[in-house]
Design a protein around this ligand. Structure first.
Ligand code: FES
Length: 142
């Protein structure tokens, strides 16, 4: 189930524009998500958002960092290109994966990808602690 546009906080386009943009974006096959990592958004968790989006973005979706988008009070903020669609309050892994689902449609399962991301992070943490057996058990589930 796709989230409504208002669930992202603010937008520069109407829902009708969003639907037209989604159709156009699928035609060009290349979407870029720029995540603001400037001071205010960084304090609100944008680097974690960037990490989640970078890890889970499917082919055809590029994820990069950027500077201030001018909406500091509604961060973490990101811009979806080529339409220049701004998304605010994207500060959790669940919200980031839902954005990818909204952009990619049914080809992207947000729940499954979020679970895989969580398992991978737990596995990497266990590996850093030197718990190879636990890490392997977690990473083999991904
Ligand atoms: S710091 Fe991110 S929009 Fe200004």
């Amino acid at each position: 189930m796709a989230a409504s546009l208002s669930s992202y906080g603010f937008q520069t386009a109407s829902p009708a524009s969003w639907q037209r943009w989604r159709a156009a974006a699928s035609a060009v096959e290349e979407v870029e998500i720029r995540v603001c990592v400037n001071r205010s958004c960084g304090r609100q968790g944008s680097r974690e958002t960037l990490a989640v989006l970078s890890a889970l973005a499917p082919t055809g979706v590029a994820v990069t960092s950027c500077g201030c988008l001018g909406r500091c009070g509604a961060g973490p903020n990101l811009a979806v290109l080529p339409a220049g669609f701004l998304v605010g309050h994207c500060g959790t892994a669940a919200r980031a994966t839902q954005l990818l689902a909204d952009l990619c449609g049914s080809a992207f399962d947000p729940q499954r990808n979020l679970e895989a991301f969580t398992l991978r992070k737990k596995g990497e943490n266990e590996l850093e602690k030197g718990n190879a057996a636990e890490a392997e058990a977690l990473l083999s589930q991904v």
